[in-house]
Ligand binder design. Sequence first.
Ligand code: ADP
Ligand code: 5GP
Length: 204
Amino acid sequence: MATQTDISNNTKKAPPDRRPIVVSGPSGVGKGTLYGMLFDRHPDTFALSVSHTTRAPRPGEVDGVHYHFVSMEAFEDLIAKDGFVENAKYGRNRYGTSKMTIEEQTKKGKVVVLDIEMEGVKQIKQSGISARYIFIAPPSIETLEQRLRGRGTETEQSIQERLAQAQKELDFSKTPGVHDIIIVNDDLESAYKKFEEFVYKPLE
Ligand code: ADP
Ligand code: 5GP
């Protein structure tokens, strides 16, 4: 079994299991925070699958780094060209993982991390791509709402849509066998430890 010492010795090393890692969970639960810590602590090891989205960038978000920010027209054009591995509607916007993104990131020799919602998770499972699935759960809906509000990025309407969607994500996460691990993001460092331990788990 990997001990904490083993994990810290793995810094900058790729995990034994190189399959893409699909991270899902309600908006505001801390997905980005957790994989951001993974990227910081293991530089040059992981690559985010940069999704396409029709939503507007938040302050600090960079086109091509956090997302490919595109118009609805460009998004629909890519669907018509069969350019997505998966795509979904979320609130009033569309999000999708392009085939090109997965290819580009995999070519870099890095372990690809996908941050996607539940319809995307279902599509990836059906696509035949072999991946690992992590679900991040909040300690409670109240805490989730505090985090969403505390992040200060959403309008009231967007907060309400995200909370409604959160309940669907939490219900879906109870489907047996859908996720390889469910991590409750209560104390950040404890949740991170579980996240990293799972990512660096030896091959079975
Ligand atoms: P997501 O990527 O799932 O939408 P974020 O990573 O943006 O969520 O986190 C939402 C907010 O919650 C951010 O302001 C982040 O700093 C905060 N946060 C994340 N994890 C924790 C935690 N364990 N305890 C308290 N706040 C947290
Ligand atoms: P946000 O607007 O907060 O960045 O993302 C909203 C939701 O869309 C989150 O649940 C996030 O995981 C999901 N998401 C982001 N990119 C993709 C994607 O490419 N495909 C799918 N299906 N969902 C995505």
